[in-house]
Write a protein that binds this ligand. Structure first.
Ligand code: 8YV
Length: 298
């Protein structure tokens, strides 16, 4: 049976079927031919150098920003990910963050649990209808978010590498999108190409009635700049499922009433995580059977 290395713990519904068809090595060794890592996990070139016979890295997630793709291509290491199966769940979480931030739902919940009731004592929130959602990266997840927010009465604008054949407004720059948006929603891939795309300037353009939503990667947002923008009223609020240095969430964000924070739960449903696990396994099995990969990155 081919040997696999799993550098971090993965759910049993993935590990058990993998273990039935492969040997699981406890450390990176020359015997290892396959590796499975979570989305966003940083695969260092140092780790790769301790795996001289590695043939495939299967990412348990859609985002493979942690994998040095050019290096893998040079060494002929195949890489797979789990696209599509998590699109709807991640879009649901983005929508939840839009609703929670605009309607102050986290605060409303805390308020009621504290035994308060009189609705006059609870601050009024902001309606969604007629507002504009600016989507950064109109890929599969961005489109699923746009679809949902259209149903909530929002107008959709987007920024990406190029305009697409869609009925939404394309903005030629991120600043233009941020200026237009009431909700600036980050849905682009992570990695060096998008690092700190959301910076002081973009937050300034989003403005004091704007809210930042991030369901993509923490690295896309300059977190320090975000904290300052929230504290000084440069933007109104933020809804965040991802952070720059997970699992670390800055105390300034934890303590802020202006943010809604989740522990990276975009794809965290039984159904989706099972579908992701199935894809990881099927890719691995296909590779060792010399069959085409189901969802190859390279
Ligand atoms: C998961 C993700 O948190 O798909 C991704 O890229 O970040 C998330 O779906 C992760 O991959 C689960 O291990």
């Amino acid at each position: 049976m081919p040997a696999l290395y799993l550098p971090v713990s993965l759910p049993p519904f993935l590990v058990t079927p993998l273990a039935a068809m492969h040997t699981l090595e406890q450390a990176p060794t020359a015997a290892v031919r396959g590796m499975v890592v979570p989305g966003g996990f940083r695969v260092s070139e140092c780790l790769l150098s301790s795996l001289p016979n590695l043939e495939i890295i299967s990412v348990f997630g859609v985002g493979y920003d942690g994998v040095p793709i050019a290096h893998c291509q040079q060494r002929g290491i195949r890489v797979t990910n789990t696209p599509d199966v998590l699109t709807e769940d991640v879009a649901d979480i983005a929508t939840a963050l839009v609703l929670m931030t605009s309607r102050r739902l986290a605060e409303a919940e805390k308020f009621t649990r504290a035994g308060s009731w009189c609705s006059d004592a609870f601050p009024l929130a902001h309606a969604l209808r007629g507002k504009t959602a600016g989507i950064v990266g109109l890929g599969r997840i961005g489109k699923a978010i746009a679809h949902r927010l259209t149903a909530h009465g929002l107008k959709i604008a987007y920024f990406g590498r190029q305009p697409q054949a869609v009925a939404y407004d394309y903005c030629h720059s991120l600043n233009e999108l941020a200026q237009k948006a009431d909700f600036l929603i980050v849905a682009c891939p992570g990695g060096s190409g998008t690092r700190h795309l959301i910076n002081v300037e973009v937050l300034g353009a989003l403005g004091s009635e704007g809210t930042l939503i991030n369901i993509a990667r923490g690295s896309v947002v300059d977190e320090e700049a975000l904290i300052v923008a929230l504290n000084t009223g440069v933007i109104r609020g933020a809804g965040l499922d991802v952070f720059e240095n997970e699992p670390h969430v800055p105390a300034e964000l934890i303590g802020s009433e202006k943010v809604v924070i989740f522990p990276h739960v975009g794809s965290a449903t039984h159904e989706t995580r099972q579908a992701m696990a199935d894809l990881v396994l099927e890719n691995m099995v296909a590779h060792f059977a010399n069959l085409p990969l189901l969802t190859p990155v390279c």
